[in-house]
Design a protein around this ligand. Sequence first.
Ligand code: ADP
Length: 452
Amino acid sequence: MSSKIFRSIWAAALTVLLLTLVLVFSMLYKYYDRTQQAQLTNEVHLASRGVTLNGEKYLKNLDTDNFRVTWIAADGKVKYDNKANPAKMSNHKNRKEVKEAMSKGFGASSRYSDTLSIKQLYAAERLPDGTVLRLSVNQAPIWMMLLGFAQPIAVVIILAILLSFWLASRLSKRIVAPINKLDLDNPMEYIDNEDFKELAPLLQRMNIQNGQIQKDKSELEKTSLIRQEFTANASHELKTPLHAISGYAELLENGIVRPEDVKPFAGKIRAESLRMTRLVDDIIDLSKLDEGGESMKWEEVDLYRIADNAMDSLQSAAQEADVQMSLEGESAWLHGIAQVLYGIVYNLCDNAIKYNHPGGYVHVNVRPSDKHVILTVTDNGIGIPLEDQERIFERFYRVDKSRSKEVGGTGLGLSIVKHAMMIHKATVKLDSTPGQGSAFTITFPEDPEAEK
Ligand code: ADP
């Protein structure tokens, strides 16, 4: 960057210096032009006096190498010329400066001679006898003048280049120095520093971005930690039934088991594999939900009907646990993923049955309410202690691990509910008292996409 800044400054400085040079020279040339004309006027005036007093004799005695002197009679015929034979010269009556002098007493003009592009300046004055005396002088063109000044001009140009080089390198270093000094992690430290005044908007943006990066980083770290924890937990949870299965299988294989025990052993193997299947199913569900539900089918669905279906498939489990299930409410439509919403009702009811007492109940209520759909699952089961209520939605978190195992829990049901809710932008409220029961109230927006 420094070299780019340097080059721009150098170019700018050099351009300014050269433009100044051109301007100064053109002004000088104009000045030179004006003084030459004035000088010529003075000289023709003096010479006129001389001719009036002494006639042609005066002209002949003049040392006039630099000038051309022409004396013209009142009728325009050339009487005398110091550079040519007057007899061979044409009538000068119509020359601009002569004409002007004859009528007004004085005339001046300038012309370019055909050859060389040399400019000729003329000044003419009328004498008392009506004749006209004319002086003319050659003016070198600007390029010839420049050529004459070639050496000083070259010196000035070289000086300009060197000076602008020095200026540019100093300036670019001074501009870049504070930027290089910046501690990118703490841009706000410099905000009040005079050296960084122009960089204030950049510093502010950097500060905001640093904050964002920090936030993203800690979020990433958090998710990666959760993933690691999950993988470790999941492997551990899978290993337990596997160990049990291989243990039972080994006993059967060795023939240690009495014939009458073979059946219960096979039953245990089946139960453990069922546990594994449930776990694997839950893990698959969770990882699908982790994708955010983008690849799944979004449609208008009636949560009341979904709840009815979910409860239907839990009917036999409820009967087994001697728990009464009931559904109340009315059709409630929302934009969502049927399969995922089914998972919410299923897991909540499954828990309400599992963590209940024989003779207990599970009430489900679904109803629309002001652009929202409200699902409530109430039970009069064992309830959840207040200190655990925050954590039950975490993966593999159980209030009572042995009870969860006993009833076939995986510890993933509520985290599936939490993810499913997130996808639908729903919120949950939990009311629970140990020994009395729990009520989960979930509020879905009718259209999650309209939600911020
Ligand atoms: P699990 O597969 O163990 O049921 P969940 O994630 O579904 O896992 O639930 C986490 C824990 O929350 C359960 O182990 C249980 O202790 C508690 N819990 C969930 N629902 C209820 C409920 N309706 N009544 C009492 N405890 C509950």
